[in-house]
Design a protein around this ligand. Structure first.
Ligand code: NAG
Ligand code: NAG
Length: 293
């Protein structure tokens, strides 16, 4: 299976597999000549803090995190973009492995006040992340929340969705995401596979959540519900079905909710098993979707 991969994935995977035995300085030396680096927009005055992409991940999913590091996270290089994995308290058994993993990659945020359960992940984990970011004094222009069964074409998303509002509208209450609608009461919310908040929106949500710490709502519905209950007007910049969708290899209808990776695909979702995730990832390179895909 390895043999059919494009070369850079092979290399990236090999780098991941030797990470645990090679000091970080050697590793950096190895990575730099191999990666195909894409500068998305040249140096920016806001360089270090423009965009955080946070992937929600359970502590024990190390293999999936390594796959993510070796695939879409290795396809761009821009100091204005930061990627992090967000895990809850890993518990005694996993804590040493998480320490070891973070010593290698330095890309893990631990929300130690949360238990690592599916219920927590599906309800408050994302909002608790936003709260952690705001309370820790971070300031990103954009914060994205991504599921670990979602792939992201970072360069194309940046060019198509972030850049158009970066300087003009980044202070507005905007969410970029799939439009989902709650029926009773009627409000929109962004699909949890991948949504992006302006910093203004991040701080607003944290404020509303602090006033009303709802603990039993689906994490993506919670975003829409907090805004709806507070009567806040906000804008959803929509990721349509060709752009963000559930992956289904057999369906070629690009307008369906579930379909294959076709032209315009930026965020295929629901790749539950690792082979499927790798197969989807192999359709992309540093320029985005490969023309032959
Ligand atoms: C992970 O490593 C980074 C970089 O060294 C550090 O800033 C961060 O605090 C670490 N995370 C945890 C949970 O220890
Ligand atoms: C986390 O789990 C532990 C042990 O199961 C329990 O005692 C504790 O109350 C839980 N904490 C939260 C915040 O749910």
């Amino acid at each position: 299976m390895m043999l059919s991969f494009p070369r850079q994935y092979n290399k990236a995977l090999r780098i991941v597999s030797i990470c645990s035995i090679v000091p970080i300085s050697v590793l950096l030396f190895l990575v730099s000549p191999l990666s195909s680096l894409t500068s998305l927009h040249g140096p920016s005055p806001n360089a270090p803090t423009a965009w955080l992409i946070a992937t929600i991940s359970p502590a024990h999913s190390q293999r999936r995190r390594n796959i993510i590091r070796a695939t879409w996270q290795s396809l761009y290089e821009d100091p204005a973009i930061t990627t992090r994995f967000v895990i809850s308290d890993p518990g005694e058994l996993w804590a040493p492995l998480i320490r070891h993993e973070n010593a290698t990659y330095g890309d893990i945020i631990v929300l130690s006040h949360l238990n690592e359960t599916a219920h927590i992940a599906n309800t408050i984990k994302s909002m608790e992340l936003f709260r952690y970011l705001v309370e820790s004094g971070f300031h990103w222009q954009f914060v994205s929340k991504l599921d670990d069964d979602s792939f992201l074409d970072v360069s194309t998303f940046y060019r198509s969705f972030i850049l158009p509002i970066l300087d003009t509208r980044s202070h507005d209450l905007i969410i970029i995401g799939r439009r989902l609608t709650y029926r009773k009461p009627h409000f929109d919310y962004p699909g949890g596979q991948f949504y992006t908040l302006t910093w203004e929106m991040t701080t607003r949500l944290v404020h509303l959540y602090t006033l009303e710490p709802i603990a039993d709502e689906h994490e993506d519905v919670l975003v829409g519900r907090l805004l709806d209950e507070a009567g806040v007007s906000w804008e959803l910049v929509e990721l349509d079905n060709p752009t963000a969708f559930d992956y289904d290899e057999k369906n070629t209808d690009v307008l369906a909710n579930r379909h294959a990776v076709l032209a315009g695909a930026i965020n295929p979702h629901k790749m539950k098993d690792d082979e499927t995730y790798l197969k989807v990832a192999a359709m992309y390179d540093s320029h985005g979707l490969r023309p032959e895909s």
